[in-house]
Ligand binder design. Structure first.
Ligand SMILES: N[C@@H](CCC(=O)N[C@@H](CS)C(=O)NCC(=O)O)C(=O)O
Length: 237
């Protein structure tokens, strides 16, 4: 039975981390809201009859299993899609990396929405300017520097974050570099050349046949100023 992914149909957003895993694995899945609209998604969020309703998309249904939170969805899918190590310590480390990406993604979101997600960017532009400066100058180098360090420290080699083969954490790091490069092209042009392992992993993931086919397809939505990674030139220094 096909996996059913529930996410907003017009943006990459957090759903994209799950899409990348499903696409790289060649898994059968339905991106429900893109096919049937948002009504089934809203029914899960609002439905009284749902025993374990997710708070927000993305969430995934696999038969009787309903799981929300991007990192938890990937923890669930990782072993099933061959995108996680077999041992518990390796799976925990992969999950820890994904949770760190969750933190980074939240900070990327807050760089343009530092006051409230319910306000427009234009209503918090001044605060966003202050917030984005620290995100750009401190946090992007902190986070990406940590990825560079853990790649260098991987005893199985620096081509992957965990072990010697691809995991969903590699795919997610690829997406983070894509998103930050879209949002902060000038800041990333300063940072990325100093992080040769992160840059190499990003390039290698983009060349994987299934991923490349997906990225070139109309299933891959463009980055826009509706999503998490937004380009506001004034926030890029
Ligand atoms: N921690 C959650 C965050 C989920 C989340 O914030 N989803 C956004 C879309 S990317 C949403 O629709 N939020 C609605 C809300 O927070 O009310 C995850 O990583 O999946």
């Amino acid at each position: 039975m096909a996996y059913e992914l529930y996410y907003w149909p017009t943006i990459q957003g957090r759903g994209e981390f799950v899409r990348l895993a499903l696409e790289e694995a060649g898994a059968e899945y339905v991106d429900v809201a893109r096919v049937r609209g948002v009504a089934p998604l809203m029914a899960f969020l609002e439905g009284q009859a749902v025993e374990r309703p997710p708070f927000a998309p993305p969430f995934l249904q696999d038969g009787a299993v309903l799981v929300g939170q991007t990192a938890a969805i990937l923890l669930y899918l990782g072993g099933r899609l061959g995108l996680a190590p077999a041992d518990e310590a390796g799976r925990l480390w992969t999950h820890q990396i994904q949770l760190t990406i969750t933190d980074l993604v939240a900070e990327a979101h807050d760089s343009h929405h530092p006051i409230a997600a319910s306000l427009y960017y234009e209503q918090q532009r001044r605060e966003a300017g202050r917030r984005a400066r620290y995100f750009r100058e401190d946090r992007i180098p902190d986070y990406l520097g940590w990825f560079e360090r853990i790649l260098a420290a991987n005893p199985a080699g620096d081509a992957h974050l965990v072990g010697s083969s691809l995991t969903y954490a590699d795919l997610s790091l690829f997406q983070v570099v894509e998103g930050l490069s879209y949002s902060f092209p000038r800041a990333m042009a300063q940072v990325l050349p100093r992080l040769e392992r992160v840059a190499a992993l990003h390039g290698a993931v983009a060349k994987r046949p299934r991923l490349r086919a997906y990225l070139n397809s109309d299933r891959r939505l463009p980055f826009t100023e509706e999503g998490i990674f937004r380009r506001y030139p004034e926030l890029d220094g």
